[in-house]
Design a protein around this ligand. Structure first.
Ligand SMILES: [Zn+2]
Ligand SMILES: [Zn+2]
Length: 101
């Protein structure tokens, strides 16, 4: 059988403050789950989906709508790094994820 290249469709993720179903954050109001500032992408990846992040496919909660695997190929990772972390480690992890922009 010839090899077929599967093309992964890239979805445009929804930035904090652009959600359809959340009230607009005030200036400087960080996401209550992942802590990013308005206009930034939520801190989500194959091991962790932000509570607030909206699905760019169906506009429901990405965490629960089932499309996370389309946005993050490989999701869900079997062991969420976050669930293994202490609060301090988690805070540092979020900081490291967000400081680059
Ligand atoms: Zn968030
Ligand atoms: Zn969805």
């Amino acid at each position: 059988m010839p090899k077929v290249k599967t093309k992964i469709k890239k979805y445009k993720r929804i930035h904090w403050g652009k959600e359809k179903h959340w009230p607009k954050p005030t200036a400087g109001e960080t996401c209550h789950d992942c802590g990013v500032l308005p206009g930034k992408l939520h801190v989500s990846d194959v091991g962790f989906i932000c509570d607030v992040e909206e699905c760019p496919i169906c506009y429901r909660q990405l965490l629960s709508c089932g499309h996370a695997k389309d946005i993050f190929p490989g999701y869900p990772k079997r062991r969420s790094p976050v669930s293994q972390m202490s609060l301090k480690e988690f805070t540092d992890w979020v900081y490291n994820k967000t400081k680059g922009g």
